[in-house]
Ligand binder design. Structure first.
Ligand code: GRF
Length: 212
């Protein structure tokens, strides 16, 4: 297993509030993750997460997809910007753009995402509303490697929550967020310690296939 070194360089991509970014940065500052967030990129110029990152002294970059003619030109600029920060790991934390196969392939094995459902159930958007509509008793959150198929990459870590009749989209979002802030830093810590790998589309922890 290859450790990423004494300090794992983490680039975080966001589009919104950046609460996962905060949790990850806190874990770095508290030396729970042996690394640091070396840059935050948002496709939304007014993302609240950018303000949080700046306050934390993290370099921030805005790459507004609307200012590019094509998805390809946006992604090639994004790839260049990420590469310029020489990260060990690229973390999608509420980044609301689907990445195409070229950029995903470029960062394959070091590109992580968090998704608010128990994948493979409920890929895509509006997961809380769909879970409530279906009357499910459980819901959850998943950290996974990103591969070209949306929300379908090998799973690293999941956390289940129970859904009660009192739950609303908002309460589910709050419960899920709490779990996200626990499991995302944990998964990134594994990566930083060289414990996590993607080999031929299978996720491994300490050399063992991750089976859920
Ligand atoms: C999280 O719920 C995450 O699962 C989803 O987007 C949300 C981001 O929240 N991909 P935040 O911006 O980190 O607060």
């Amino acid at each position: 297993m290859t450790e990423t070194g004494p300090s794992c360089r983490i680039v975080v991509l966001i589009s919104g509030n950046g609460t996962n970014l905060e949790a990850i940065n806190r874990a770095c500052e508290n030396q729970i993750i042996p690394g640091s967030v070396v840059g935050v990129i948002s496709n939304q110029p007014d993302a609240l997460g950018l303000t949080k990152a700046r306050r934390a002294g993290i370099p921030t970059y805005v790459l507004d997809h609307r200012t590019f003619d094509t998805r390809g030109s946006f992604e090639s600029q994004l790839q260049k910007l990420i590469d310029s920060m020489t990260p060990h790991v690229v973390v999608l934390a509420g980044f609301m753009r689907i990445l195409g196969p070229k950029i995903v392939q470029h960062f394959l094995g070091r590109l992580l995402n968090i998704h608010p459902s128990l994948l493979p159930r409920y890929p895509g958007l509006n997961t809380h509303a769909r879970v409530l509509k279906d009357g499910k008793k459980t819901h959850g959150v998943t950290v996974h490697f990103v591969t070209p198929k949306l929300d379908a990459g090998p799973i690293i870590l999941q956390k289940t929550i129970s859904v009660t009749i009192q739950d609303t989209e908002q309460t589910l979002a709050e419960k899920i967020r709490t779990e996200e802030h626990d499991i995302y830093p944990r998964a990134i810590n594994w990566f930083a310690l060289g414990r996590l790998q993607l080999i031929q589309n299978v996720a491994y922890l300490d050399g063992q296939k991750i089976i859920l």
